[in-house]
Design a protein around this ligand. Sequence first.
Ligand code: HEC
Ligand code: HEC
Length: 202
Amino acid sequence: MKRIRSLEFRRAAAPGGALALFAGAALFSAASGVAPASKEEGLAAFETVRAVLQHPRCQNCHIPGAAPLQFDAGLVHGQNVLRGTDGNGAPGLACATCHGTANLPASYGAHMPPGAPNWHLPPPEKKMVFIGLSSGELCRGLKDERANGGKNLDALLKHVDSDKLVLWGWSPGAGRDPVSISHDAFVAKFKQWVVAGAPCAP
Ligand code: HEC
Ligand code: HEC
C-alpha cells in the first residue's frame, strides 16, 4: 500500500508524468515509459498476458507431456514426435528435420510445418508449462527463476517482446490463426503487470 500511495503522490505531484516515468524506469529499465500501476491493475493486466500464454499458438509448446501439440484443439503432434532429452526431439527425429527457420511460402498451402529460428520445446527438466494452469499457478511459474531458465522480470519482458518463437505466434503460417490479442497490446499489458510488482492471483 505504501509504495502505491507514494507512486500516486508522484503522479499527482508531476502532472507531466516525468517523475512517475522515472519511478518506473528506475525499477525496470525495459519497462520504462509505462505509468505506475496498482496491484489491482497489475492483476487485471495479467489476465491479458494469461490469455496470450494460454492461446494454442503458445501453449502447444508449453506442455507437461512428452510430445508437442498441434492445432487449436491441441491434438498430440503426429509422426510420433517427442520432446527428447533437450527439447529438440528424439534421436533421429529432431524438430529441425521438418521445421525450418521460417514458415514456408503461403503458396504451399495449409498443413506445412511452421518455422522459426531454433524451433524446439523447453527441456524436460524445465518444461515451462502454460497449459491447464490457473491464473495464479501460471503467474508463479512464469516468475520462478529456477523454472524459467533464470529469467528475471526484465529478461522475461525482453523475451516476450522480441524472442523469435514468441513472435511466430503472430505470423504462424497458412492455415493457422495468429494469437487473438495484438503483440503490442500483449507487451503493453506485460509491462503494466511488471510495473505493478508482478502480482499473482492466489
Ligand atoms: C516451438 C515451440 C514454442 C512456441 C510456439 C512458443 N514457445 Fe515459448 N518457449 C519455448 C522454449 C523452447 C522456451 C525456453 C527458452 C528458450 O529456449 O528460448 C520458451 C520460453 C518461453 C518463456 C519464458 C519461460 C517462462 O516460463 O517464463 C515465455 C514467457 C514464453 N516462452 C512465451 C511464449 C509465448 C507468449 C508464445 C506464443 C506467442 C510462445 N512462448 C510460443 C518454445 C516455444
Ligand atoms: C516429421 C516431421 C516433423 C517433425 C520431426 C516435427 N514436426 Fe512439428 N509439425 C510438423 C507438421 C507437418 C506440422 C503442421 C501440421 C498441420 O498443420 O497439419 C507441425 C506442426 C507443429 C506445431 C503446431 C503449431 C500449432 O500451433 O498448431 C508445433 C507446436 C510443432 N509442430 C512442434 C514441433 C516440435 C517442438 C518438434 C520437435 C520436438 C516437432 N514439431 C517435430 C512436422 C514435424
